[in-house]
Structure formats: structure tokens, C-alpha cells
Design a protein around this ligand. Structure first.
Ligand code: NOJ
Length: 579
């Protein structure tokens, strides 16, 4: 299958797009309805002017589909509708119109690997009816060494982190010296009298992508949303659709055990990571053709001339991501999670190598690069490090060419909120409530403008340490004002990435990295807690004037070319050169 290869000028919209992730449950509740303490689609519409003034080009909205919401909506019970708590399809339409009127685009979340166990497809499958018996991944058990029925293989559930706490509290007894077991990826179903596979929680059964009817059903979901005007998809947990499984003619399941991961550290790592993932996820023989199929929907004659795009969520090794980025450069790429995963203080030569290689690889594939600092699954960037580093990382990431993803609230410098009362804990499996608390909009309004409901009825509590958007909006020194400057600069920089070597004045490279945007700009970051001085940017690049800094406000009247630059601890700057 030949996909749209990227041509010069094609997909211009996405080339430098700043995409803002909305976590709908805690984004904003519109004032028109009886207040429930949860966000709504009209609530997003109400904030489009704010997003536009932030320089946002497109939204990605996390799932707003009907769902029991035991995994924040990633347990979908109807992929083609809007959950009542968020509004209805007319509200969705209004949102699409509101975005398109502003020349902004919309990506919705597609969750192809699993559904909720309340989804009618699963109900039919477990009851072996409506031709859906093979829509999920069913298997008979095996007889274990104790003569008991056991799951067919050792595949685990991603959500095994709580096992560490259970062991610590004595709820889970494990012999000394033994590894903390992951939660099995298999659960016995009394109705079907078989095990079903769930790569995530037991209420999220994995669809069987082996079955072409399942693939057709997901492609049909994509068409439904494209027909409603969406411009693309963020595809959830995509590696998991590709598994090394097969069935005998009599329906017997085969899926080889995973091997042990020697790098796993018990007591610290998620027990799920003690197994490598060669068969249960990311199996190229299955994944690659399925990616092709999914992308091909965007190229069907009805949609082919639209500027649509897919971004795949895949935490995978580089060589596998390379494949994804080469499948259809004009249409799809994988998230670049380096900024979210790499430790700020990692050795800079390693960081530089990762960065240069990434940009070279994506450019040679003719694809669009991207950068992700945070999302609803990870501790917020300002909490992971500090406010100062969050600003610096934002400059370092945003100034790179390509798409930039901003997780809602990152632009306000928001922190995780750890003091969630036990009765308000919503995510006992993934432990991700702290990074999902509601957005603070207006300092003078109830619940800082998020919702008019009683505080006790909010989905998650407000973080009292937040500085609301209205206050930040009028303060030139605030995070928000800084982010507005960053997005403006990002849109101004159109030249390609240039790998640059840099030396500090003492002749060593003391944790400073630089890259160029063409010949015009150099972006420099000091990854150390010490000031660092540069006397030259590189043998081939003269000094210029500093136009942007993560620490200082640059006053344009005094900027002029300088001979020496001293970067403050953890500072990032942009230098403009005269060509
Ligand atoms: C990745 C999503 O980002 C996460 O929130 C979710 O729990 C899992 N996929 C399962 O859908």
C-alpha cells in the first residue's frame, strides 16, 4: 500500500502547529447548564479565544465518549457518541465550527486497542452472539503445575504499579527475593468460560485486531468522526493492537510467553516492566499492516484532499518508532516523548545525540517532527523539575521545528496536586489524579472559574497553589505571557533544524546544547545548575543578539550583538544572527 508521501508544501498547516491537549473532565464547565463539577464540550468552546491568544493551532481532546470512566474515559462504551456529562453531538458540532471559524483544527482520541467491558461489542462477544464471539482476545486456560486452571501465558497488565504498594502494605505476600508479580493481563470470564486479554485494567478488554471485522469497525469509527469534521486523530496505545497471536482452526489461542527484562529494578519500576514486550505489544508482523490500514482511511477519496493527520501514542524503542514515522510521512507520525522521558540532568552528549538523530531521521523520512513535555499520564513538568527548568525545557522544545504538544495547564506553570482527599481519588490504577486537577481560569470566581458546582462535587479538587489565567494574563512576567511569546517565536521560525557543536569558554562542553534554525537562529540551553560562558557559538557561527530567554525579559531596545554569552543556571536562550 502506497501512502501519500510528503511533498514540499503539503500539510503546511501541521508543519509548525502548536497542539493543545484538552483533558475534558477538568478543563472547563460551561455556564449555560446546571453545574456538575465536570468539564463540558461547550466549556471548551468558551475558552477558544483564550487558546487562540495563546497561539494554539489545533486541539487534541482526550476521550469524551460514553464511558464508565474508570480509566478517565479511555474505557469507551460507545466510540461514536458524546457522553452526556460533556453534552451532545450538537455541542460537538458547535465546537468544530468554533475551531474552524478560527482556522484551528481538531484531533480526537481514537482508542483502538480496547473498549470498556460495558461496550455492547464485549457483551455480545462474551455471550458468543451477533457474530462477535471473536471480536475480543479470548483463550482457554492452561493447567498449571498445581493442577489449577491458569492464564494461557505470562502477559501482564500495564496497570501493575499498585502491586508495589500492595506488597509494601502486606496485602500482597511475596516470598523474599522474589520479584513483585505484575497483575495478569488475563481475566477469567464466567459467562464465556474463557480468559480474555486486557493489556490495561480488567474492565478494558483488548479487541482482537487479528479479526478483520474488528479492523473494519474501527475504520468505520474513524469515518464517522471525519464526517463530523475532525482533522485528525491521536491514536491511543497503538503498539498493543499488534500482538504475536494466532488461532488454530479449532480456536485454540497461541501467544508466546514474554522473556524477563534484565534492566528491571524491583521495588521501583512498574512490575509490568519486568517482562520485555516482543509478543504482547508492538509485534511488527501484526502492527505494521494494521497501521497501514488505519492511515489508509485518511486517504480514501472522501477525505484524501483534507489536511488530516494522525499522531500515534507509542512508547517504543527508536528503531520501531522509525518504522512508524516512515509509513506515511504525509499523514502520520509517532509522538516524540524524549522531553517527557529524558531526565533534565542526563549526560548532555547523550541528549544531544538523541536530539540530532531524531531530527535527522524524521527529516530524511520527509515527516514532521514533534515534541511532548507533558500529558495526562505523567507528572507535570514543573513538578518533575522546577518552574525555572519547566520554562527552559519549553523554550528548548518549542523552538525545535515541527509540532509541539502542550498539555492543558502547562502554559500556566501548573504543578501536580498531591493532596487529593481519599474519597476523591479517581485513578486508583494509574495514580494520575495529581496531574489532572481542574484548570484555574478566574481568580474571582467560584472554583476559580472551572465550575459553579460545590467544591465537594468537583471531579477533582482545585489546586489552591495555582495562579489563575486571568492574573497571569495581565502580568508580563507570568508563565502564560512567556508561553505566548514562545508560540509567537515558534511560528516565526520556519527554517530547518541544524545540528551544532558548542564549546563553553573553558574548552569543555559543560552541559550546554545548541541547535540552529537555519542560519538565522541558534537555540542554546544550559542543562546545569551553574552559569556557563560561551565565547563562540560554533566555529561556523558568529555571535548574534539574544532575542529570547527563559529567565530574562528581553528588552528589544538594548539587544545587540555580543561577544560573550553567559547562560544562567538552567537557562535557555535564542540568539538571532545577522545573515
Ligand atoms: C494511554 C492513555 O494516555 C492513558 O491515559 C490510558 O490509561 C491508557 N492509554 C489506556 O487506554
Amino acid at each position: 500500500m502506497e501512502h501519500n508521501k510528503r511533498l514540499d508544501g503539503a500539510n503546511d498547516f501541521w508543519d509548525q502547529a502548536v497542539v493543545y491537549q484538552v483533558y475534558p473532565r477538568t478543563f472547563n464547565e460551561d455556564g449555560e447548564r446546571e453545574q456538575t463539577g465536570q468539564g463540558s464540550l461547550r466549556g471548551i468552546l468558551e475558552r477558544l479565544d483564550y487558546l487562540q491568544s495563546l497561539g494554539i493551532d489545533a486541539l487534541w481532546i482526550s476521550p469524551f465518549y460514553p464511558s464508565p470512566r474508570l480509566d478517565g474515559g479511555y474505557d469507551v462504551s460507545d466510540m461514536e457518541n458524546v457522553d452526556d456529562i460533556y453534552g451532545g453531538l450538537d455541542d460537538f458540532e458547535a465546537l468544530v465550527d468554533g475551531l474552524h471559524e478560527r482556522n484551528m483544527k481538531l484531533m480526537v482520541d481514537l482508542v483502538p486497542n480496547h473498549t470498556s467491558n460495558t461496550h455492547p461489542w464485549f457483551q455480545a462477544s462474551r455471550e458468543d452472539r451477533d457474530g462477535k464471539s471473536e471480536w475480543y482476545t479470548w483463550a482457554d486456560g492452561i493447567t498449571d503445575e498445581f493442577g489449577q486452571t491458569a492464564p494461557p501465558n505470562n502477559w501482564g497488565s500495564v496497570f501493575s504499579l499498585p502491586q508495589l504498594k500492595r506488597r509494601e502494605s502486606g496485602e500482597l505476600i511475596v516470598a523474599e527475593g522474589e520479584l513483585t508479580p505484575p497483575i495478569s493481563g488475563w481475566t477469567w470470564d464466567e459467562t464465556r468460560e474463557k480468559y480474555y486479554l486486557h493489556s490495561f485494567t480488567d474492565f478494558q478488554p483488548d479487541l482482537n485486531w487479528h479479526n478483520s471485522e474488528v479492523r473494519d469497525a474501527i475504520k468505520s469509527v474513524m469515518r464517522t468522526w471525519l464526517d463530523r469534521g475532525v482533522d485528525g486523530f491521536r491514536v491511543d496505545a497503538v503498539p498493543y493492537i499488534g500482538k504475536n497471536i494466532s488461532y488454530d482452526d479449532d480456536g485454540t489461542f497461541h501467544g508466546p510467553d514474554e522473556e524477563y527484562n534484565t534492566a528491571y529494578v524491583d521495588g521501583i519500576d512498574n512490575p509490568y516492566d519486568q517482562l520485555v514486550r516482543h509478543n504482547s505489544s508492538g509485534y511488527p508482523g501484526a502492527l505494521n499492516p494494521y497501521l497501514h490500514e488505519m492511515i489508509s482511511v485518511l486517504e480514501e477519496s472522501t477525505y484524501g484532499n483534507r489536511d488530516t493527520r494522525i499522531i500515534f501514542e507509542a512508547y517504543m524503542p527508536e528503531h520501531e518508532l522509525k518504522y512508524i514515522d516512515e509509513v506515511a510521512p504525509g499523514r502520520a507520525a509517532s509522538f516524540n516523548f524524549t522531553p517527557i522521558q529524558a531526565d533534565w540532568h542526563m549526560p548532555t552528549p547523550v541528549r544531544k545525540q538523541i536530539l540530532d538523530k531524531y531530527h535527522a531521521r524524521v527529516a530524511s523520512a520527509g515527516n514532521i517532527s514533534n515534541s511532548v513535555m507533558g500529558n495526562h499520564d505523567k507528572s507535570r513538568v514543573a513538578s518533575r523539575y522546577s518552574d525555572q527548568i519547566a520554562k527552559s525545557l519549553a523554550l528548548f522544545s518549542l523552538m525545535q521545528p515541527g509540532m509541539m504538544f502542550i498539555y492543558n495547564g502547562e502554559e500556566l506553570g501548573r504543578h501536580d496536586f498531591d493532596r487529593i482527599p481519599p474519597e476523591m481519588i479517581r485513578d486508583p490504577n494509574g495514580l494520575r489524579d495529581p496531574e489532572r486537577t481542574p484548570m484555574p481560569w478566574n481568580s474571582l470566581e467560584k472554583n476559580t472559574g472551572f465550575s459553579g458546582a460545590d467544591a465537594k462535587d468537583l471531579y477533582l479538587p482545585m489546586n489552591p497553589d495555582d495562579t489563575a489565567a486571568d492574573i497571569q494574563s495581565t502580568d508580563n512576567e507570568s508563565f502564560l505571557s512567556y508561553y505566548r511569546r514562545l508560540t509567537a517565536w515558534k511560528h516565526r521560525m520556519t527554517e530547518p533544524y541544524v545540528a551544532l557543536d558548542i564549546e563553553t569558554a573553558d574548552g569543555k562542553n559543560n552541559g550546554v546544547i545548541a541547535y540552529g534554525r537555519g542560519e538565522t537562529y541558534t537555540v542554546i540551553t544550559n542543562f546545569t545548575d551553574e552559569p556557563q560562558t560561551l565565547e563562540a557559538i560554533s566555529p561556523v557561527r558568529k555571535m548574534g543578539k539574544i532575542v529570547l530567554s527563559s529567565i530574562m525579559q528581553i528588552d528589544s531596545s538594548i539587544t545587540q550583538a555580543i561577544d560573550t554569552i553567559t547562560l544562567q543556571p538552567n537557562e535557555s536562550i535564542v540568539v538571532e544572527h545577522e545573515n
